[in-house]
Ligand binder design. Structure first.
Ligand SMILES: Cc1ncc(COP(=O)(O)O)c(C=O)c1O
Length: 402
């Protein structure tokens, strides 16, 4: 049976994949070409350099993989660690959970700090665990910067301070899948050893290009693994193969050409706007969304303002209301895609993604649609209240810092 035609634009407000700017879509409409030609490096060499900027790095090394973010998690772990190595992390949502699950399945010894969903990584607890690890058995600290499932951002600068305060040499791995390219991210300043991004959120591309920014320290850790019997198996994600090919502008296998052209254009969009403006725009859109939620009389999954994410807001449905129904109705009736609640919060939250290529009026469309779906599902919300609150805030707070 053919899908129902829904006239007008679909409003895509899941927190990734995000809307692709028209010029980025056009840039991806390319004929295939020889990825071993003498011309190819003129596309790729600047990409390796320019991509670093969205990670806040000049010192790191970028590797680009035809993979989603999950593959890049694997590349960070398998290149730098050995079987049985201890890693320290915290679980506070579905994505931190899945990364833990991967680390365990790879044979790492994972120390998990359980945090309430709606909060995030606690630097003081991380410091305490590292101080207690006198003989430096912990080889890496893994943190999800922006927990997309709950709309929570953790403070990576504070995690770095905690590691330094403990005087611990562990590597710092940060999942920036739903933050890099939209929230402030300073890989060099925070001494992030592996910073992980996917293409389908802040980079405004389709899924399928995984990006990692690797510090010198992590590269050394990877080199230290070679020849060890207990090293984690890696083939496709082995950085060594990329290190041989990338400096010349080539890849160890066939790269996804349209995504590379798309990345070049997406970076141009971000740099033309200015990264600081991009961060500011996300902060304003995030706050406008929260103003709407407050006007509806609802609560966010984030337990307090320190955890608020400026790329995604997870909203708690009132007791007795199934959030999945609000999401389905918004999609079927109003052509609005909201993010589902995942795992522990399935049916309890719906999410508004405010990440990537969007402005005031696109966000207001999503807020209006969510509000209508809430009312249609029997939630006592004053019609227009969320839109009024968000639009007042947006009128007072320009997206561009100027
Ligand atoms: C924070 C975070 N980490 C990791 C992932 C997994 O990335 P992917 O779906 O690109 O494999 C996601 C996906 O949404 C995410 O939001």
């Amino acid at each position: 049976m053919a899908a129902t035609r829904r006239p007008g634009r679909n409003h895509l407000f899941v927190p990734g994949p995000t809307n692709i700017p028209d010029r980025v879509m056009r840039a991806m409409m390319v004929q295939s070409e020889d990825h071993r030609s003498v011309d190819f490096p003129s596309l790729t060499k600047p990409l390796f350099e320019d991509t670093k900027k969205v990670f806040g790095s000049t010192e790191g090394t970028i590797f680009l993989f035809p993979a989603s973010g999950t593959g890049i998690w694997e590349s960070a772990l398998t290149n730098t660690l050995a079987r049985g190595d201890k890693v320290l992390t915290a679980r506070y949502g579905q994505f931190s959970h899945l990364w833990i699950d991967m680390a365990q399945r790879l044979g790492l010894d994972v120390i998990v700090q359980e945090e309430e969903w709606g909060t995030g990584a606690k630097p003081e607890k991380i410091e305490e665990a590292l101080r207690a690890d006198k003989d430096h058995q912990i080889k890496a600290v893994m943190v999800v910067h922006n927990e997309t499932a709950t709309g929570v951002t953790s403070n990576i600068g504070a995690v770095r301070k905690a590691i330094d305060a403990a005087g611990h040499p562990a590597l710092l791995f940060v999942d920036g899948v739903s933050s890099i390219g939209s929230l402030p991210f300073y890989a060099d300043e925070w001494k992030v050893d592996c910073a992980i991004a996917g293409s389908q959120k802040g980079l405004m591309l389709p899924a399928g290009l995984g990006v990692i920014c690797v510090s010198q320290k992590a590269l050394k850790a990877a080199e230290g693994q070679s020849g060890r019997n207990d090293r984690l198996a890696r083939v496709y994600f082995d950085w060594e193969d990329h290190k041989k090919q990338n400096p010349g502008g080539y890849f160890p296998y066939t790269p996804p050409l349209p995504l590379l052209y798309g990345l070049r254009e997406a970076l141009a969009c971000l740099f033309e706007e200015g990264l600081e403006n991009v961060y500011h725009r996300h902060a304003v859109l995030g706050e406008a969304t929260r103003q709407a939620v407050a006007a509806w009389g609802l609560k966010t999954c984030a337990k307090s303002s320190e955890w608020n994410s400026d790329t995604v807001t997870a909203i708690l449905a009132p007791e007795g209301v199934d959030a999945a129904k609000i999401i389905k109705h918004a999609y079927v009736r109003y052509n609005l895609a909201l993010g589902a609640g995942l795992s522990q919060v399935a049916g309890k939250v719906f999410r508004i993604g405010h990440v990537g290529d969007l402005n005031e009026l696109s966000l207001l469309g999503a807020i209006a649609g969510a509000e209508m779906s809430l009312i249609d599902n029997g939630v006592k919300v004053t019609p227009g209240s969320g839109v009024a609150a968000a639009s007042s805030y947006l009128r007072e707070n320009p997206l561009n810092k100027g």
